[in-house]
Write a protein that binds this ligand. Structure first.
Ligand SMILES: Nc1ncnc2c1ncn2[C@@H]1O[C@H](COP(=O)(O)OP(=O)(O)OP(=O)(O)O)[C@@H](O)[C@H]1O
Ligand SMILES: O=C(O)[C@H](O)[C@@H](O)[C@H](O)[C@H](O)CO
Length: 162
């Protein structure tokens, strides 16, 4: 989770390869109307986001049901959004990519070929509710290399735990 440009797709992709899990991008679950809205520079509303979040929650259930593992990139900005995704499962972990607005704005400005305009970053930060301790979040600082961030997540995931 994290705002647009915090590195969700990049880190999720590398993390999935590192630990041999499937990678899925939450953006592929958006209905075309949501993508059109964001591309036009308009932030999504809660109503726009509910069906999208439920579709990702269904994907999480399907994945767990067949004993698969996956890393899913999804902004999941508000607590209520994350509650839909996690829905009481203790086998779902939240990874929060934490960084400053300046750093993320600079990365977005340099990014090419993506529908999400940099102008929506302010609304992303306004909507963001950082995860609280009861969500057992894995919080990682993004002002480091991709490999360092991935190794930080791997060690906090404690995958060797019995
Ligand atoms: N640790 C990092 N160091 C340097 N550049 C990074 C790092 N992580 C991501 N980037 C770059 O920052 C930009 C934003 O990353 P990315 O597209 O993965 O973010 P995102 O959170 O998935 O964004 P969105 O929600 O808009 O899809 C990309 O150009 C990516 O290559
Ligand atoms: O909740 C939201 O506002 C959206 O999910 C956005 O975060 C985009 O999906 C993403 O950031 C662009 O790729």
């Amino acid at each position: 989770m994290g705002v647009s440009g915090s590195g969700k797709s990049t880190i999720a992709d590398h993390l999935a390869i590192r630990i041999g899990w499937r990678y899925e991008d939450g953006d592929t679950f958006h209905p075309p109307s949501n993508v059109a809205k964001m591309s036009a520079g308009q932030p999504l509303t809660d109503e726009d986001r509910w069906p999208w979040l439920r579709a990702i929650a269904d994907e999480i259930d399907r994945t767990c049901k067949v004993s698969q593992r996956a890393v899913i990139a999804c902004s999941a900005l508000k607590r209520t959004y994350r509650d839909i995704l996690v829905h009481g499962r203790d086998d779902v972990r939240i990874v929060f990519l934490e960084g400053t607005r300046d750093l993320i704005a600079a990365r977005l400005a340099a990014r090419k070929g993506h529908f999400m305009p940099t102008g929506l970053l302010a609304s992303q930060f306004k909507t963001l509710e950082p995860p609280t301790a009861d969500e057992r979040p894995i919080v990682v600082a993004i002002d480091r290399t991709v490999d360092t961030i991935v190794e930080d997540i791997v060690s906090q995931l404690n995958l060797d735990r019995p």
